[in-house]
Structure formats: C-alpha cells, structure tokens
Design a binder for this molecule. Structure first.
Ligand code: COA
Length: 179
C-alpha cells in the first residue's frame, strides 16, 4: 500500500498521520461527491456516474478506482482508470484542497500508471482542461505529452480539453524518478 505522511513536519494541522491508498467502494461515493462538487464546480460528475464506474471496478472489470484516506480514515483524494485492450484512460483524479501540494496527486497518478502497466496497456491517455495548468504540470512530470485538443469538451462551461498521452513502451517509471 502506498503511504505519505500527512503534513510536512511543521505548521498548523501537522499530525504526522498517515495518508494511505485503498480501492474505492460504493460507500465512498457520498464523501467523494462532496469533494467532487468542491473540486470540479463547473463539471462535476453525478452520483450515478460514480455508481456506473464502480459497477465495472470488480476483478476483471475495465475500471480501477482508488481513494486516499487521512489518518482518521476520511477521504482526501480519489482517482479512476478505464482500461480496455491496449488503451487506458485517466477517468478522474482529485485531491482535497487542504491536502494539495504535498505529493498526493502524484501518488494517485502513480497508482493509475502502475495499474495501466500491470494490465499490459500500451498507452495511458487523459483529457485536462486547457486552463488547468497545475494538473498539466503534474502530468508532464510523469512524461505525459500533449497529443491534441478536444474543442468544447467540458460542458456547460464550453472549455477545450488538452489530450495528453503516456507511452508505456518508451517510459519506465519508478518512484525515485519523481520523488
Ligand atoms: C491536480 C491535482 C490532482 C494535483 O494534486 P496535488 O496533490 O496538489 O499534486 P502534487 O502535490 O503531487 O503536486 C502539485 C504541486 O505540489 C508540489 N509538491 C508535491 N509534493 C510536495 C511537497 N512534499 N512539498 C511541497 N510541494 C510539493 C509539486 O511540485 C507540484 O507543484 P507544481 O504545481 O508547481 O508543479 C489537484 O490540484 C486537484 O485535485 N485539483 C482539482 C481537480 C483537478 O483539476 N483534477 C485534474 C483533472 S484533469
């Protein structure tokens, strides 16, 4: 199981508690929905979409969903992957505002990259809002490269998506690469 220590060793709120990753289950949907509305105010997924995604997250299914929990067991991040044949897609990735900038987004992305590679996918694709430069920087650090633009992909905001791609055949990730 991947773990991080909560807090950076100084400042308010530092408790030294462990952040950990585990598979997302149906009872996580409500806390995930709370974060979803905070983190994607313009294009939040519905509860039904999460039910439908998790319905295929069983062994042998096309989906893989992970949540990050803090030392109290509260959900502070989540991420999802779709893998079909040689292709996989980052369905979603998000970290609670108060936990951002501590490497949790990177930990969740590493989990999806590892699962995509474990399933033998040749590539991992994602869409990201063209104005979401923070997320784009995270993906670039993991060797995702821009491959195109999808006009008006995010509705109703009518914002374009940048499509990014990670080629598993030309990249070999280790945690040491990205620290
Ligand atoms: C995009 C997102 C998932 C990144 O999550 P995160 O936990 O903040 O990601 P990380 O901490 O791994 O990296 C973010 C930044 O923190 C910095 N960081 C990482 N670990 C750190 C640490 N230990 N100490 C200080 N800074 C650190 C990184 O260098 C990075 O800096 P940069 O933005 O200048 O490149 C998060 O911002 C988020 O949930 N955004 C809203 C939802 C969203 O846009 N999702 C993506 C949809 S495509």
């Amino acid at each position: 199981m991947s773990e991080l220590t909560e807090g950076r060793g100084s400042g308010p709120g530092t408790r030294g508690a462990r952040l950990a990753l585990r598979p997302m289950r149906w009872w996580d949907i409500e806390p995930v929905m709370e974060l979803e509305h905070q983190l994607f105010p313009e294009d939040a997924w519905s509860r039904g979409m999460y039910w439908s995604e998790l319905a295929d997250a069983h062994q042998g299914g096309s989906r893989h969903y992970t949540v990050a929990t803090d030392g109290d067991g509260a959900i502070v991040g989540y991420a999802g992957l779709m893998a079909v044949g040689a292709e996989s897609d980052v369905q979603t990735i998000a970290v609670a505002e108060q936990q951002q900038g501590r490497g949790l987004g990177a930990l969740l992305l590493e989990d999806l990259i590892a699962e995509s590679a474990r399933r033998g996918c040749a590539e991992l694709l994602l869409e990201v809002r063209v104005d979401n430069t923070r997320a784009q920087r995270l993906y670039e650090r993991y060797d995702f490269a821009p491959v195109g633009i999808r006009r008006g992909y995010y509705q109703p905001a009518n914002v374009d998506a940048l499509v990014m791609r990670l080629d598993h055949q030309t990249t070999n990730h280790t945690e040491e690469d990205h620290g």
